[in-house]
Structure formats: structure tokens, C-alpha cells
Design a protein around this ligand. Structure first.
Ligand SMILES: *Cc1c(COP(=O)(O)O)cnc(C)c1O
Length: 242
């Protein structure tokens, strides 16, 4: 049996329903903000979910998929039929170990979690092996807490400059996760402000990767162009330490 068909019709129906519901939320958030829903890319966060879910999403036309670990992403790519694995646009959203950056650069369509200069070289080397440039979002820490991932705000400009100057990489914009306990609206408003500063030097880097299951409305209201949705699409994950 094809392992990528595990779960079957019931799971596919469930995913179709939740996909409709999330798209409706994005639609309403765009209406409220006077934005065109086509400006917002929905990315399905499939970390901890089986490759069969990625296959089912792809059959529903949902081709933007995010993973948070190199090894897990590569395993799913290998389990999927080759046409599916290459049709999917794989987004890396988790913390990046320096020694994994080159590998990630070779399979990812976009990396949302670039938070230090050291990653730029190896990502560029990995990306040089393929035809399309690798889309890069610089992840910014909105509370400058070094433990949680994201560059301190004062380092964003230098990282962006390095990405923009590197062959094989295309600077798209910024990514952030609201600090624990912070108001998402205020967090995303701050992110939008930082995006404005970035666009002084990099006018084409206006993309914003912001918003998850619980706060996508606040993100869309503040200009998000890429929402990363896990739980609301795929159901609750097992608790993982990441
Ligand atoms: C897991 C994760 C998500 C998805 O979170 P949900 O609350 O399940 O929608 C989005 N972004 C990042 C960086 C994540 O690690």
C-alpha cells in the first residue's frame, strides 16, 4: 500500500473542511482590512504530521507546506511520490542549526527563520545547486530574547544586507512570532513598522510572514502576506520539544 495514502478519505474530507474554514477566516480578515485575499499566501504547517497529510493537502491544491526541522522535511519528501515532492513549495520555519543550513538551502523554496549572519553563506551554497533562488525572510525577535529565535532588532539590517547581496538568495521580507504573553496586534504592528524601515533599503522586500492559527486575523490586519497555519488546518499536534 502506498504509505502516502494512509488515513484515507476521512482525513482528506477533514482537511478539505478545515482548509475551507481557514480560507474563510483569511477572507473575512482581508475584507475587514480592505485587502485582496490574493495578497495573502496560506502555508500549511505540517510539522509532526505524516507525509500522507502533505499528499492529501497537495491533492486539495494546497501546495505551500511548512516544516520546522531539516531531517523531518527530508524524510517526508523522500516518502512522497517524486511529482508531489517537487510540486510542493517547502517552507522552513524552525530554528536553523548552522550545520543544517546548506541542506535546507537545497530543498526549501523559502526559509522564514534566518536570524543570524552565519546562516547566509551555507544557505546560498545549498541554493546554488538549484535553478530557482531561495526566498528568505529574516526572522526578528520582537522582545530581543535570544532564547526564542529571531534576530535582535538591531541586527536585522545587516542580515538583510548579506542576504540581498548573496547569489542564489532573494530577500523577501521579515518574519516574527509574537512573544509569549504579548498582544498579537501590538506585536504585528511593530513588525509592520520594522518592515517599513527595511523597505527604505530594500524596496522589494515587503513581504511579512506573520500569523498562526490563533492570531492570523491580527496579522492580516497588519499587512501579513504569508500566514503559517498548523493546528487550525491539521488538528492538534503531539507536544514536541523544539
Ligand atoms: C508551529 C508553528 C506555526 C503553526 O502554529 P499553529 O499555532 O499550529 O498554527 C507557525 N509558525 C511557526 C514558526 C511554528 O513553529
Amino acid at each position: 500500500m502506498d504509505p502516502t495514502h494512509g488515513g484515507g478519505d476521512e482525513r482528506a474530507a477533514q482537511l478539505a473542511t478545515s482548509l475551507g474554514a481557514v480560507r474563510a477566516r483569511i477572507g473575512r480578515a482581508c475584507d475587514a482590512a480592505g485587502r485582496d485575499p490574493r495578497e495573502v499566501t496560506l502555508i500549511a504547517v505540517t510539522k509532526t504530521c505524516p507525509a500522507a497529510d502533505v499528499a492529501a493537502l497537495a491533492r486539495l491544491g494546497m501546495l505551500d507546506v511548512a516544516e520546522s526541522k531539516d531531517q523531518e522535511a527530508q524524510r517526508k519528501r523522500a516518502e512522497l511520490p517524486a511529482e508531489t515532492a517537487s510540486a510542493v513549495r517547502w517552507h522552513m520555519i524552525g530554528r536553523i542549526q548552522s550545520n543544517k543550513a546548506r541542506a535546507i538551502g537545497s530543498w526549501a523554496h523559502a526559509v522564514h527563520s534566518v536570524d543570524r549572519l552565519k546562516l547566509v553563506g551555507p544557505l546560498g551554497e545549498g541554493a546554488a545547486e538549484r535553478a530557482e533562488p531561495l526566498d528568505v525572510f529574516v526572522q526578528v525577535s520582537l522582545d530581543d530574547d535570544p532564547e526564542r529565535g529571531g534576530a535582535p532588532q538591531g541586527q536585522v539590517a545587516a542580515i538583510a544586507e548579506a542576504v540581498a547581496g548573496r547569489d542564489g538568495l532573494r530577500l523577501r521580507g521579515l518574519m516574527a512570532v509574537p512573544p509569549i504573553g504579548a498582544d498579537p496586534g501590538q506585536s504585528f504592528a511593530r513588525l509592520r513598522e520594522l518592515s517599513g524601515h527595511l523597505q527604505h533599503d530594500h524596496p522589494s522586500a515587503g513581504a511579512l510572514s506573520a500569523g498562526m492559527s490563533s492570531d492570523l486575523e491580527a496579522a492580516v490586519a497588519n499587512g501579513s502576506t504569508h500566514v503559517r497555519v498548523g493546528t487550525a488546518l491539521l488538528g492538534r499536534r503531539e507536544q514536541i520539544v523544539s
